[in-house]
Ligand binder design. Structure first.
Ligand code: COA
Length: 649
């Protein structure tokens, strides 16, 4: 189905068609909230975009009760602590919560903040989790999303695919801009849709200490080829959108104008530490206000980036896992300075990647949005590409692509050289192991009347314990989008119950009945925590809020933040996120801590795509072992569930 780009008014017919289409694509349960008035304004100041608007009339993120959070906290740290350590933490928590402790004061201040902010956490979270974070966004923050592989026969195939990707993205943007994206639901609760408005036209700008986000509305994309950057208008001077053939033509011109790799790759600077990049950014402005500032602004204002990448030998690998690892690397870091690492602008929220030999996907800068809107966009694009699209009208006057120029001096050249070396270090230090677990998927787990997400989380807990015989602190993102401006809360997946489950599984004396009982108990504990987290009643964001309100008010950070309980339970050795898309794609990212694993997963009906990663330099971790343990755990869990059923017959 092709959506009429001229239609701006939502009609029932349109709604039904979209609803049907998105449902087929496996989108979330949906209803239309109509009219959903846009609160988005084009500006370079984040604060006026979303903070302070509640047009969907959503509830506000609650401040949990102090007593409840502290109780949950004590329960959650038990797996990591000896009795003595636990007693120390319990005492600190008791002092903190006592009548003359600082806890009540901080709680009162936080509640005051919640009264004066639509979402007491939103701005803090954006700043502390993203904009003030100084490590490179590459590997440490920005995920990649791998689309199903393509086998392009020639360059024309690649460019056609790229043109379709852009047209699909524009169609989707049109729906967003015109408030036609169906409101996602969690049960009966509508979710905050504002993240969708921040996907296109957005760019992170490096600034020493704290970056900022710039939001823009424009009609061009930035196309990268051979580390050169081009401004490509998608509308002609007659204001008519180019059709597929015309976009292919524009991309061909880009390729013809950049047959050799650029002498300097400005894009690689975006992979640097944020303060270093901020310094280089300032320097570029000083070298040439006229040329450099204009070119930087051009990329920042574009709708999105399109990276036409060099081949990476994708089809030389004859197994899917290796291909998935190559593709994951390309979407996370571009494979380094000698591959496509310089053919990127990592500050841009969405960079579509279309490689010459069929690596396709995107890299997304995480600060404005979570993975789920990006996964929905992915399904939209894949669906668009796979269907027959009716030819659309063409522009009578396409505008020629323009190559962006940069002037550099020796200092900038030096910084580019260092950025190349640093990117290569990041690339060489990231081990990726991506695979499709195809023995079963969500359907089997549901047939056992278990929550697929909690089950998979327990498989990761079991795998980690199996390898290390020690509890692994475990982060899972839960969406708090049922509240205005909601982002995420941490699900603390490691629990007394998850460790009991792993121990029961590993105990040769345990019967299958014991094992199933331990699994069910662990899943229930995880599900209970999840339900709390989805309501904004987890431990981590509340504790963060209490700490930040203390800092803001010049109050010493309480001791509960510096003891073993806090340190061990927040050193997330397993960093996980479910990012579900219907297509055979997956999201991937780097670990949170040096001796940790990342696991992003896409559970589908009959299989699960997993993307795991770890740091090569750390002697404690090895993705291949973690993967083997995870596969074995999934197999064991499947087998005990079936054995248990058989033993009942
Ligand atoms: N028996 C049978 N079926 C069950 C079940 C049970 N006991 N428990 C759950 N199910 C079903 C559900 O009804 C649901 O069915 P559906 O596929 O028809 O919708 C399905 O199994 C999946 O449910 P479950 O696996 O329990 O949870 P979930 O898919 O809702 O995921 C979270 C849970 C926490 C991952 C999700 O709520 C969330 O927050 N996602 C966003 C995470 C995020 O932000 N990621 C990006 C960060 S960058």
């Amino acid at each position: 189905m092709s959506i009429n780009r001229e239609v701006t008014k939502s009609t029932d017919k349109n709604n039904n068609m979209l609803r049907g289409m998105l449902k087929k694509m496996g989108g979330p349960r949906i209803v239309f909230l109509e009219p959903y008035v846009s609160s988005f304004q084009v500006t370079s100041n984040y604060a006026s975009v979303s903070l302070g608007s509640n047009k969907q009339d959503l509830p506000r993120l609650p401040v949990p009760k102090l007593k409840d959070t502290l109780q949950k906290y004590l329960k959650s740290i038990k797996p990591y602590l000896s009795e003595q350590e636990f007693a120390v933490t319990a005492n600190l928590v008791e002092d903190f919560a006592s009548a003359d402790g600082v806890g009540h004061k901080l709680q009162a201040l936080l509640e005051q903040r919640a009264e004066s902010h639509l979402n007491w956490l939103e701005e803090w979270w954006l700043n502390t989790a993203y904009l003030e974070y100084r490590d490179p966004v590459v590997v440490y923050s920005s995920p990649g999303l791998v689309f199903p592989f393509r086998n392009f026969c020639n360059q024309e195939d690649q460019l056609k695919y790229a043109a379709k990707t852009l047209l699909a993205a524009l169609e989707y943007k049109h729906l967003i801009d015109n408030d036609k994206i169906p409101t996602e639901m969690m049960g009966k609760n509508p979710l905050d849709m504002s993240q969708y408005k921040k996907i296109f036209g957005t760019c992170r700008i490096p600034i020493k200490g704290r970056d900022k986000l710039s939001f823009n509305d424009s009609k061009h994309v930035s196309v990268f080829h051979n580390n050169h950057i081009f401004h490509v208008d998608l509308w002609g001077s007659d204001n008519v959108l180019l059709n597929e053939e015309q976009i292919v033509h524009q991309l061909q011109k880009v390729i013809d104008l950049s047959t050799k790799s650029a002498e300097v790759s400005i894009g690689i600077l975006t992979s640097e530490n944020r303060d270093t990049w901020a310094q280089a950014y300032e320097l570029l402005g000083k070298v040439s206000d006229e040329v450099n500032v204009k070119s930087l602004a051009d990329v920042e204002k574009s709708i999105a980036v399109l990276c036409l990448d060099q081949p990476v030998g994708l089809w030389c690998h004859n197994d899917k896992d290796k291909m998935q690892n190559v593709a994951a690397g390309q979407t996370i870091h571009g494979g380094g300075s000698e591959s496509n690492g310089g053919n990127r602008w990592f500050d841009k929220t969405v960079q579509f990647i279309v490689g010459a030999d069929g690596v396709t996907g995107l890299t997304y800068e995480h600060s404005p949005a979570e993975g789920q809107p990006i996964a929905v966009l992915t399904d939209y694009i894949i669906n668009y590409i796979e269907k027959e699209n009716k030819p659309t009208s063409s522009s009578a006057s396409p505008i020629e692509p323009v190559q962006l120029k940069f002037q550099v001096n020796d200092d900038v050249r030096r910084m580019i050289r260092t950025a190349r070396e640093n990117l290569d270090k990041l690339v060489n230090n990231l081990e990726l192991n991506c695979f499709t677990y195809d023995k079963y998927g969500k359907n089997f787990i549901k047939s056992q009347k278990l929550s697929p997400d909690s089950y998979l989380q327990m498989a990761m807990q079991y795998a980690f314990y199996r390898l290390y015989k020690t509890p692994g602190a475990h982060y899972e993102s839960a969406a708090t989008r049922m509240y205005v401006g909601g982002r995420t809360e941490t699900i603390r997946s490691c629990s007394t119950e998850s460790i009991d489950f792993a121990k029961t599984m590993l105990n040769p004396q345990s019967s299958s009945k014991d094992k199933v009982a331990a699994l069910q108990k662990a899943i229930k504990a995880h599900k209970d925590y999840t339900v709390q987290a989805l309501q904004g009643l987890g431990v981590d964001r509340h504790l963060l809020g209490l700490k930040l309100i203390a800092k803001e008010n010049g109050i010493a950070v309480p001791k509960i933040y510096s003891d073993a309980g806090f340190a061990k339970s927040t050193h997330m050795r397993i960093s996980t996120s479910q990012v579900a898309c219907k297509c055979d794609g997956f999201m991937c990212y780097g670990p949170l801590v040096p001796n940790g694993y990342a696991t992003c997963y896409n559970p589908r009906d009959n299989d699960v795509n997993f993307a795991t990663s770890a740091f090569v330099a750390n002697p404690e971790t090895a993705c291949s072992e973690y993967r083997a343990a995870l596969e074995q755990s999934l197999q064991d869990m499947h087998d005990i569930l079936l054995q248990n059923i058989q033993s009942k017959l």
